[in-house]
Design a protein around this ligand. Sequence first.
Ligand code: ADP
Ligand code: ASP
Ligand code: MG
Length: 403
Amino acid sequence: MSLIVQKYGGSSLATTENIKYVAKKIVDRKKQKNKLVVVVSAMGKTTDNLIKMAEEVHHCPPEKEMDILLSTGEMVSVAMLCMAIEEMGEAAEGFVGHCAGIRTDNFHTKARIQTIEPSRIISELKKESIIVLAGFQGISPDNDITTLGRGGSDLTAVAISAAIKADLCEIYTDVKGIYTTDPHLLPNARLIRELSYEELLEMSSAGARVMFSRAVEFAKKYNVPFVVKSTFAEKGEGTMVKEILLKEGADVSAAALDEKQAKLTIFRVPDRPGISSRIFSSLGKANINVDVIVQSVSKEKYADISFTVNISEAEKAFSIIKEVAKEINAGNTSCDMEVAKLTIIGIGMMHHAGIAGKMFSALADAGVNIEMISTSETKISCIVKRSEGKKGLKAVHREFLEK
Ligand code: ADP
Ligand code: ASP
Ligand code: MG
């Protein structure tokens, strides 16, 4: 008998028909003498629709109430899936985040899990019930409902697996596993059988939304191997994600395109110690994640600083840098909402010379201009015009991943 955590994403639960299909899959697995904890996301595009609704009544919805609103999506899925399982004759017990003992910090809309107290889940499992748990939510130190950030149900699944020491963690989604790039963007993408935490972490922070990046970070920290596979395909092993220390062969294992980037620039920034810290600590205090940063060569003691943020935080970041620019006597500021980040990833990359050159040539040959570059041992990212992103992705995928 195995203790299995499964997670079903929104696309797997989009309709009541899908819910019945998933319920049958769960019941069959239970009948093979397994204990099951099933984490669910909101049905279909529910979360997007709730956000739209909130924005119709408030230009910048308060985050605490936003969490109350967004958490309802997953609650609907819990109730519906439990009912469908019960209808098939198995006992199911539904839990929302706080009843499952998931405690987070106070950062509404992107809260971090602090502790999990799974005693109620464990005692229900002993009674042979199938546990259905709302993903993406927890409870703050003030006892308010929090959510974990878009895509956060993956984190709930990985974290609960660690907390109850599950034998297996399965992430079910609408594709057959993790591919060399988003198969919905590029049909030439190939399924990857095995991937290291590091590579997937780089992929998800590069914008591959197949797994929530903080879920991968958590899995790596607590060593929770997991498999990503299709809800609807009858066959297929999916992609196994685990600790892989050495990888032979391919230098580049995946490419990703993040079309949700914005580029902000402060011109004529005085070039003296403490100025960058002044700019980026103001953004940090507002909990804004800054991604690629580039500073131009200083001319007459002034330099331009550009950086990217997620487009959803661009307006907030722009108003902060306008203020900071005044305080530090810098020049103008700008915000370009039309950029994308193109990244190639591979843990083998650090042992191979010339990869950056190959990537830049592939982009140049495709006529794609590079606006900013950032590199690390395991990835190279280029900021390009959003309208050229897909063309660039195709070119680098062909260069590194189709041979
Ligand atoms: P779920 O609702 O199951 O959480 P998501 O929409 O969050 O599903 O994630 C699955 C989607 O991730 C896929 O439909 C695919 O378009 C996208 N995706 C992006 N990059 C990749 C990749 N490298 N491999 C597989 N899917 C990817
Ligand atoms: N429903 C949430 C979202 O759409 C969480 C998730 O799907 O993982 O972001
Ligand atoms: Mg997801």
